[in-house]
Design a binder for this molecule. Sequence first.
Ligand code: NAP
Length: 357
Amino acid sequence: MTIPLGQTNRQWRFAKRPKLGDPVSRDLFRLETGDVPQIGPDQMIVRTICLATSPAQWGYLVHDNGMFQPLAIGDVMRGRGVGEVIQSRHADFKTGDIVTASLGWQDYSLQDPTKQPPNIKTILKVENPCRPLTLALGSLGVDGFAAYFGLLDIGKPQAGETVVISAAAGGIGSVAGQIAKIKDCRVIGIAGSDQKCRWLTTDLGFDGAINYKTENVGERLDMLCPDGMDVFFDNVGGDILNDALAHLALKARVVFCGYISTEYQPGIVPGPRNYTKLLSQRARLEGFIVFDYVDRFPEAEQQMRRWLIAGRLKNTEDVVEGLDAMPDALASLFTGGNKGNKIVRVAPDPNGLPSLS
Ligand SMILES: NC(=O)c1ccc[n+]([C@@H]2O[C@H](COP(=O)([O-])OP(=O)(O)OC[C@H]3O[C@@H](n4cnc5c(N)ncnc54)[C@H](OP(=O)(O)O)[C@@H]3O)[C@@H](O)[C@H]2O)c1
C-alpha cells in the first residue's frame, strides 16, 4: 500500500502536565494534524489500526517511576497499538505485515527496529494474525501475556486452590481469572460495581465476586475464602492488597502486577500494614514486568489462541471507535468505565471481515 497523496496524520500531543492525583482529562492533550512521516534507511511506516489503553500511560505524563521516560510537552502521546506496515526499508518487515509496537496516538508512525532498547524487542510482528486484530492488544497481546505469565509463572495455581483477583473485570484481571478457571481453581474477583460482579460470575465463570465499593472486602473474604487464598493476583494495591494479605493461606503466592489505587496519588505510596502475614504464612510476594517474558510471548500466544478457539477463554475486549476517543478511553481506566480490555479502533482492518482462526 502506498500513502495516498495529500494524506495527513492526526496526532494527539501532550499539552498540559497534570499533577499526581489529578483526573485524566481531554485538556491534557491536543489533537493536531501533521504530515505522514518520511521513511529513512532501516525504517518503516506503520498505519495504526487500533490502540491500547493502559494505566501506565498516565505515568508517562506525570512522573519518572524509573520504568519509562516521561513525555515532554508537545510530544505525541505514547501508546501501544496494532498497525499495518505500509512502507518498509527494514529487511525483517515487509509491506502488509501486521505489527504491534509503540505507535503513539496517531494515524501513522515511523518505526525504527534498529533503535529498540538493547534488551527488549518492542516491535513485534504478529504472525498469522487472529481476527479481530484488537485481540493482539487484548488476550493475544501484552495484557493477555501479563495475565498468563503473572498467574502461571509467579502465581503457580494448582487445581482446587483458591485464586483471588483485584480489578478482576479489567483487561488483565478478566483474563487472569479465566486462566485460573481453566486450571480448575476456585476464583473470586474483586471489582467496582454490581454489574461487573455479575458479569464475572455469570459470563466468565468466576465462583464469587466482591464489590469493593459497596461491600466490606475483609468480611467478604472471610466468607468466600474461609481457608484463605492460595494466590492473590493484585492489580490495585492499597487497601485491597492489605485486606488480601490478612487472608493468605499457608505458602500463598501474591502476584504483584500493578497498584492503580495508589500509583498516581501524591505523597509516598503507603506500604501494606498486613505485610507481616507474609512471614507467618510463609508466603511470597513477587512483582513482574511483562516484557521480561518477551522471548516466551509466542508460547503464551499459541496457548491463549487455542483456548480462545476452543471457547475456554472469552475475548473480554471493550472496543470504542475513533482516534478522537483516546483521552476518554484512558480516563475510563481510572473511573472503572471499562469492562475488559479498553481498546480504541482507529482504522479498518485491511483484511476486512473479523473471524477467529
Ligand atoms: N506488571 C506488568 O507488566 C503490567 C503490565 C500492564 C499493566 N499492569 C498493571 O496491571 C493493572 C491492570 O491494568 P489493565 O491495563 O488491565 O487495566 P484495567 O484493569 O483494564 O483497568 C483498570 C481498572 O482498575 C480499577 N480501578 C481503578 N482505580 C481503582 C482504585 N482506586 N481501586 C481499585 N480499583 C481501581 C477499575 O475497575 P473497577 O471498576 O473494578 O474499579 C479499572 O477498570 C494496572 O495496575 C496496570 O498498571 C502491569
